[in-house]
Design a protein around this ligand. Structure first.
Ligand code: SF4
Length: 387
């Protein structure tokens, strides 16, 4: 009898895209998708650990599913960021917690589900295409360098091919995904070519890498402006968006590409995280408030109709009320179309957890959240979820 599977996805759009490949992974092994979670023989949980609450949600869900489905006892598989972080966070505490709290669950590292598994996408206009995975930036609050490992970029030609296939399948919009899309290619460029050399595409085209001032410390090469341009030029692609771009890798060449192609989304997501230089420094974010604002102004001057969305953390260790007010004033100054706000939550392995005290009381974090939300919330124009 054919076994059935059901995938439950937590977290961000990259996890949603990974789950689309998981569909192919299980289909290629002879499984059929179950209509509902309750009916599946194998339940796969693609997990998120960006905040403590997201991690606890996974443990809570498995516990309640065990009770709810005790007569069926499906096989349970946990994949995604929880498995990655447990394997990579130094000290082994997270792995110990995972294996002791989930003793009868199988763990599937998401890296085992490679890009040879073509995504089985939901019906709609937009196809998400992963261009890179992982992060080397080690922002002090962020667990992603552990949960997803070092940044690895997919081959340029494979991404273009996937965009073409998505168009053939009827999708008209493409979302390019990565933790830091605008350093795309740095890993293989540094390994394979010397500075000043060009990158050769399989069709013989030569691309000159763009150098960006990465993390304020050293320049790295990236092909992202070229990749974005090629995807925008792909016949049938009516709109291209990308997340996330980091301020320190946002080159003039990238701005020019956006300005040149009207089918590149004019809503740009540019995470700022904090409005105070002192907080940005403690966060290991390599720009100042003035540099961030100068970048916004430069993009606005060159790209007509552009608007910005952002991420801001409130209650980061040591954030004074005056420093929080700088996040408010920055948000007002930029007039973000949408601000994704999080209150700080310590994550295992991160610098903030290791060397800083989580000293802002939770009620004060919530107060700051509410205050920032009140000045930045713009109704339902961009955010269709329940507020
Ligand atoms: S750039 Fe910073 S916030 Fe973004 S994924 Fe990497 S470490 Fe996390």
């Amino acid at each position: 009898m054919v076994e059935t599977y059901f995938i439950k996805t937590f977290g961000c759009q990259q996890n949603v895209a990974d789950s689309e490949r998981l569909e192919s992974y299980y289909a290629s092994r002879g499984f059929m998708r179950a209509k509902a979670l309750e009916e599946a023989d194998v339940l796969i949980l693609n997990t998120c650990v960006i905040r403590d609450r997201a991690e606890e949600k996974v443990y809570g869900m498995i516990k309640s599913l065990r009770t709810k489905l005790k007569n069926k006892s499906p096989r349970m598989v946990v994949t995604g960021c929880l498995v990655g972080a447990a394997a990579r966070v130094p000290g082994g505490k997270m792995m110990k917690r995972l294996t002791s709290r989930l003793p009868d669950v199988e763990f599937l590292p998401i890296e085992d589900v490679g890009f040879e598994y073509m995504p089985q996408r939901a019906k709609g206009k937009m196809a998400s295409i992963v261009i890179s995975n992982g992060c080397n930036n080690y922002c002090a609050f962020c667990i992603v360098p552990f949960s997803r490992g070092p940044e690895r970029s997919r081959p340029f030609a494979d991404i273009l091919e996937e965009a073409k296939q998505a168009v053939s399948a009827g999708y008209t919009e493409v979302l390019l995904l990565g933790q830091n899309v605008n350093s795309y290619g740095a890993d293989f460029l540094v390994e394979k070519i010397n500075e000043g050399e060009e990158y050769v595409l399989p069709d013989g085209a030569l691309l000159k890498p763009v150098m960006v001032k990465h993390l304020g410390r050293h320049r790295i090469p990236t092909l992202f402006p070229h990749l974005l341009e090629r995807v925008a030029q792909t016949a049938g692609v009516k709109k291209v968006s990308f997340i996330s771009a980091n301020p320190w890798d946002f080159s003039d060449e990238l701005i020019d590409v956006i300005a040149r192609h009207e089918n590149i989304d004019r809503t740009l997501h540019l995470p700022v995280q904090a409005g105070s230089d002192a907080v940005l420094k403690r966060m290991n974010r390599w720009y100042t408030r003035a540099e961030y604002l100068a970048l916004i102004d430069k993009i606005r001057a060159r790209v007509s109709g552009v608007e910005f969305t952002t991420d801001i953390i409130v209650g980061f260790p040591g954030e004074t009320v005056a420093q929080f007010e700088e996040s408010i004033s920055l948000a007002k100054r930029v007039d973000f179309a949408k601000t994704f706000i999080a209150w700080y939550s310590p994550r295992p392995g991160t610098a903030a957890t290791k060397v800083m005290k989580d000293d802002i009381p939770i009620m004060e974090k919530k107060r700051r959240y509410t205050e920032l939300d009140a000045v930045t919330y713009k109704g339902k124009r961009l955010y269709r979820g329940k507020k």
